[in-house]
Design a protein around this ligand. Sequence first.
Ligand code: OGA
Ligand code: MN
Length: 198
Amino acid sequence: MLELDAILTDLRDQGWSQQPVLSAGVLEKIGGYFDANRARFKEAKVGPAGSQRREASIRGDLTLWLDPRDLPAEFGAVGASLSELRDLLNEKFYLGLKDYECHLALYPPGSFYRKHSDRFEKTSSRVLSFVFYLHRSWEKGDGGELLLYNQAGEVLREVEPRPGSFVCFLSEEFPHEVRLAGKERRSLTGWFHDKTLS
Ligand code: OGA
Ligand code: MN
């Protein structure tokens, strides 16, 4: 499913990658899972573990954490592909990736996630961030683009959240933000860690 060679080449050359990966059939099944489980999503919080708070002026999405070892059947080969990617990254780039964590995210119209880093604490073990875009449609003008910044604070790339596409980037290298979504924006977002998660 994932174009592993292309992802590896992109990560080596630019530190991030976007690939179309999910078929319309899988997207439709996942869409059904979102619809059926809407009530279980909770307002996402910000801040380090232990002192988390709701701050809609920073991030307005709702999340539902999933067990990466036991993804819902609707997600098909997603889990197996992520394990394959992890193994290959370890083999080729010695990243020492162990576990990953992931959540579904739902951005209601009008929500966004301000510029942040996924590795904000020195103790964080996040190495690679990834996102599958899971809304049924997206067109220019719908908003919700992912902006990747360089270390100098300049926008490096505006990534369109195309349905069924997969994006990954080195967590430490790219501060990023989700622009205001004009339409409901859905994703599976996760992080590979270089530590075992308990
Ligand atoms: C995050 C995040 C990016 C996206 O959840 O930390 O930055 O495109 N998501 O959804
Ligand atoms: Mn992030």
